[in-house]
Design a protein around this ligand. Structure first.
Ligand code: LLP
Length: 438
């Protein structure tokens, strides 16, 4: 029930490419992206705004998966880009992403990050806190420049998702709180800073959200502020940004809404709010990350050791795990998978997929129904395109896997597999000898 096909050899295909051949050619673990699916996800958002005749920026949250190649695709599809660090901004610059379409986020932006953003004339900075207002103002004055900004508001809306990825609730490290007047204070503060151009408001209420309810609530709350500022100072927002968080399907229990439905509901809610206030329609920005790349990516692994505990469980270990996908260990995230070289065979038993990190918690999938399973089978895990490679680590000094893009029946390497020399490339010897004796 995943949108991938099976060829006449009984092998799983992605983008019309045989996954078993990919595993043979590039090795495993291997991240594989169906580029056509990425494009389709981008267009689902963009086309809905176009159809509704609403000026919008669909901003890809590059934290979900940032490499030069993916940013090139995102740029081809006409999206804007959200970056949260020097590293993400540097990747965007190296991908020749148009700087005016780059937005900088972060709850503790460093001076270096802000300088890099200002010097490269990026389109917008989403200001998170009071310290940042002062810091940005000083830097802009020093450089005699201006910057468009949005304020990140914490509307106090609890989204229905895992606590670690819930961000819009009141007790959050992000943004100016709405309830306790912080946002009002920020608004007044910025009036005295002519180099900072406040274009509107931003909120991001969480991630992997399946309903439109929390979005609607958050939008209504942001407009209570707009209403107030409109009355006192004639403030009219040019931009309203409602963040990302649109849920995707990982397992059969997930029922995501089509991208279009989220967009339609957001637009409908904003339209009703501006009608009440008799102000023009602002440009609407959203920041999807997961819903652009999540279901476009799979990870291929090779099956290695197995351990059977009679009447308890069969463990099947693969050649990756929490170093290439930390989401199960960190969020108890669930995935589905299939034996790629037996994709035409019906499941006959249930096994649990163990990673190879030295951690009991490194279990990729509990209770996965599979066809018969043997050493050197290829396991494909679905929907690993977001926050997989992006959150990969070198724990246990594993080398980060390669990334391959497939489209129209051909594959192309876009991130090389790390080598053992990459693992030690920043290590230096310690030259001081110990004088300790017995
Ligand atoms: N905008 C802002 C301000 C964000 O903080 C985020 C995600 C996004 C947009 C994109 O959200 P998305 O559309 O991808 O849900 N590592 C976690 C997810 C953390 C999300 C952090 N912020 C995971 O693997 O589930």
């Amino acid at each position: 029930n995943h949108p991938f096909s099976v060829n006449e050899k009984g092998h799983l295909e992605i983008g019309n490419v045989d996954t078993v051949e990919l595993a043979n050619e590039y090795g495993t673990p291997l991240y594989v992206y169906d580029v056509a699916k990425v494009r389709k996800n981008c267009r689902a958002f963009i086309n809905t705004f176009t159809k509704l005749g609403v000026k919008a920026q669909v901003t890809y949250a590059s934290k979900a998966f940032s490499t030069i190649a993916i940013l090139e695709v995102i740029n081809q599809e006409g999206l804007s880009l959200d970056v949260v660090s020097e590293g993400e901004l540097y990747t965007a610059l190296k991908a020749d992403f148009p700087t005016e379409k780059i937005h900088l986020h972060g709850n503790n932006k460093s001076e270096a990050e802000l300088i890099m953003a200002i010097d490269n004339n990026i389109g917008c900075i989403i200001i998170d806190n009071f310290y940042e207002i002062e810091l940005l103002d000083r830097l802009l004055k020093e450089k005699n420049k201006q910057m468009d900004v949005l304020f990140r508001v914490t509307p106090g809306v609890e989204s229905e998702t895992h606590q670690y990825i819930m961000t819009g609730n009141e007790d959050s490290k992000f943004g100016f709180n709405l309830q306790n007047g912080q946002i009002e204070h920020a608004y007044h503060m910025v009036q005295g800073h002519p180099n900072i151009k406040l274009k509107g408001l931003h909120c991001h209420i969480g991630s992997q959200i399946f309903t439109t309810k929390s979005f609607t609530l958050a939008i209504e709350m942001l407009f209570t502020l707009i209403a107030k500022w409109n009355q006192t100072d004639n403030f009219i927002p040019e931009v309203m940004n409602f963040g990302g968080g649109f849920g995707i399907r990982y397992t059969k229990d997930d029922r995501p809404l089509p991208q279009a439905e989220h967009v339609e509901k957001i637009v409908e809610t904003v339209e009703s709010e501006i009608t009440k206030l008799s102000i023009p329609m602002p440009e609407i920005w959203i920041e999807p990350g997961r819903s652009i790349v999540g279901d476009a990516g799979i990870t291929l692994y090779t099956v290695g050791s197995m351990k059977s505990i009679p009447n308890v469980r069969e463990y099947v270990a693969i050649d990756g795990g929490m170093a290439d996908n930390i989401r199960p260990a960190l969020y108890q995230a669930k995935y589905e998978g299939i034996i790629a070289n037996k994709a035409d065979k019906a499941p006959t038993k249930t096994v649990s997929i163990a990673g190879k990190c030295c951690e009991s918690g490194d279990m990729l999938i509990w209770d996965l129904p599979v066809a018969s399973i043997e050493h050197n089978d290829i396991l494909a895990v679905f929907s690993t395109g977001a926050y997989g490679y992006a959150m990969a680590s070198n724990y246990n000094r594993f080398q980060k896997p390669a990334v391959v893009f497939v489209e129209d029946g051909t594959a192309q390497l876009v991130v090389k597999r790390e080598t053992l020399d990459d693992i030690i490339k920043n290590d230096l010897s310690y030259t001081k000898n110990s004088n300790l004796t017995g």
